[in-house]
Ligand binder design. Sequence first.
Ligand SMILES: NC(=O)c1ccc[n+]([C@@H]2O[C@H](COP(=O)([O-])OP(=O)(O)OC[C@H]3O[C@@H](n4cnc5c(N)ncnc54)[C@H](O)[C@@H]3O)[C@@H](O)[C@H]2O)c1
Length: 261
Amino acid sequence: MSTALDGKSAVVTGAGSGVGRASAVRFAQEGARVIVADIDLDQAKETVRQIEGSGGTAVPVGVDVADEEQVRVMFRTAVDWFNRLDIVFNNVGIPTPRLGMSFEDHTLEDFNRLVAVNLGGVFLGCKYAVLQFKSQGTGGVILNTGSVAGLVAWGGSVYGATKGGVLQLTRAVAIEAAPFDIRVNAICPAAMPLTGFMAAGGLQVDDAQRAGIAGKVGEQHPLGRAITAEDCAEAALYLVSDAARNITGVALPVDGGYVAR
Ligand SMILES: NC(=O)c1ccc[n+]([C@@H]2O[C@H](COP(=O)([O-])OP(=O)(O)OC[C@H]3O[C@@H](n4cnc5c(N)ncnc54)[C@H](O)[C@@H]3O)[C@@H](O)[C@H]2O)c1
């Protein structure tokens, strides 16, 4: 039996789809009890159904990670259910309203929403995680989802700027919280055409088109494969587990070698 996270309780945001769902399922397989948080409660409930179907424990929570009061309630719900919290995975990120749009076509409203969700959501998730971990007094683990778009100029100017902010916040909070045995890391995925992200960016494709895009994306990676949500879930599992107990402040690319070229 797999027990890397036995006895741990975790919050995973954006867990109704893609990386968040795959990670919530994977954490539960390793014994964690999981708060499955998403702005789309029906999708969160579907993830919970999958976890419970495999004998795991999970609770769905509807939340907009850009809304402080809703984030506060999400943390309170987690502690009410599980008595304590060990792992917080701030995974939500939204794309530009239209994937591929030019920098100058972003409105101030586009900019403000991207910053509020992608950077503000991670700020709030880190803040309430640190408060909870400090009150428990026994350390804790935070993981944030960045992007290769926060490491190199790829994937949208404003989106990339928010992800650059996520990575700097990750490093800074990691140093400030280290004396409290709180670890803070980030994963940086490359393009994942098989999650819900393209649709969120206004790109509607059928399965055949999606497979074609995945093939083309894979060709841009030295390892020759597109990244999947499951690839990210494995990296996430490692970073939130005790196996990574001496790792903090890192931004781990999950990119098939894309940024190493
Ligand atoms: N897919 C990619 O190409 C790609 C590449 C690099 C990084 N990322 C990052 O990976 C993370 C996960 O993306 P994904 O590909 O799994 O996308 P996805 O669209 O499949 O999943 C995102 C989930 O977040 C939820 N969500 C959106 N706004 C929210 C909000 N304000 N509050 C709470 N939940 C909200 C959505 O309902 C959805 O379930 C994001 O941070 C994204 O920026 C994605």
